[in-house]
Design a protein around this ligand. Structure first.
Ligand code: UDP
Ligand code: MG
Length: 331
């Protein structure tokens, strides 16, 4: 295995990326096509409202190594990548953003690490250009919270830029959940994993497609899909407030029976009532989060629909990496 270059699929989710997509394709090709192996680039158009889809179709006409999946609407980044993973045929699959924030030039290095026997090579953001202090801060907080609460360790400062071996891709494709946090799932499946540090560039063009609303949803998905700690917190909070209520009852009874100063206790009672009411609301909210999740999972809906899938190359065509005829051009 060592030394040979495997067949490569690159999965690229695109949402309203008309300004950057051609440059993205150029940069990707300039790296991949020189590796000297079978490759395909799978562009997933996630229901773009601009010219991304026609541009991708044009690319498809001009380049035999391209597959284009057009989703029927905007399903979100994580689902778009999932669609790409299901179609990708290569022995290794690389997930990369279409805005060139993840440098394609890192791919040969990732493959080199894969050749050392790692099944997952994930990018770790060493520095981030062109992102606001707020975004960096919230991203950091997100990973800290998730790792504190969840049962699996999601490496800090990772995104979805990563290389997956076929075994890892097959494992990912077997996870059926609807609310997907790929970086968490990818950590959960196990295998030998390697974190490769890189400097995250600024967007080549356009603006972020992750407004606060989507970031919050991703964070919630992460916490609730990988952890039942919030549910336990509810019980602990309930227990604490129950203990305080017992103390309060004893206190009130002592005052009532042995003293005459029991009328002024109203303030304390009032505050106590508000606090317990608030706690109950929060607890209900957290339980509701999980019930909501059970509801969406129970509906068993397909993750996405495609409007069209354009591809010329079948699975049989992707050579296995044991194939010695593949030339070696990594250095
Ligand atoms: N993206 C997508 N669907 C969405 C949002 C984003 O396919 O609903 C794609 C987007 O085109 C980009 C990648 O996901 O290739 C990452 O999005 P973005 O760069 O906006 O996120 P950020 O880098 O700001 O976290
Ligand atoms: Mg980006």
């Amino acid at each position: 295995m060592a030394g040979s270059v495997p067949s490569i699929s690159v999965v690229v989710p695109c949402y309203n990326e008309q300004e950057g997509i051609l440059e993205c394709h150029r940069r990707l090709c300039s790296v991949i096509s020189f590796l000297g192996s079978w490759y395909e680039i799978v562009y997933v158009d996630d229901g773009s409202k601009d010219n991304t889809a026609p541009l991708l179709e044009r690319l498809y006409d001009s380049d035999p190594n391209i597959t284009v999946i057009e989703l029927s609407r905007n399903f979100g980044h994580q689902t778009a990548v999932t669609a790409g993973l299901e179609v990708a045929k290569g022995q290794i699959v690389i997930i990369i953003d279409s805005d060139l924030q993840d440098p394609p030039e890192l791919i040969p290095e990732m493959i080199r690490i894969w050749q050392q026997g790692y099944e997952v090579v994930y990018g770790v953001r060493d520095s981030r250009e062109g992102e606001s202090g707020f975004k960096i801060w919230t991203a950091k907080a997100f990973y800290r919270v998730i790792n504190r609460l969840s049962d699996v360790e999601i490496p800090i400062d990772t995104g979805d830029f990563r290389l997956l071996d076929r075994k890892a891709v097959d494992a990912m494709n077997r996870l059926p959940e609807r609310q997907r946090l790929l970086r968490g799932m990818c950590s959960w499946i196990g295998f030998r994993q390697y974190g490769l540090k890189y400097a995250r560039a600024a967007r080549f063009a356009g603006t972020t497609k992750y407004p606060i609303r989507k970031m919050l949803k991703l964070a919630l998905d992460g916490v609730a899909s990988f952890s039942t700690v919030p549910l336990r917190l509810v019980s602990i909070a309930g227990l604490i407030s129950a203990i305080f209520s017992v103390l309060g009852i004893v206190y009130a009874l002592v005052l009532r029976i042995f003293t005459h100063i029991w009328v002024p206790g109203w303030t304390l009672l009032f505050i106590g009532m508000l606090m317990i009411g608030g706690l109950q609301m929060i607890s209900l909210g957290i339980v509701g989060e999980y019930v909501g999740r059970i509801y969406t999972e129970a509906k068993q809906r397909p993750l996405y629909f495609t409007r069209s899938v354009l591809h010329r190359r079948g699975a049989a065509e992707a050579p296995k990496y044991e194939d010695e005829s593949i030339s070696v051009r990594l250095n």
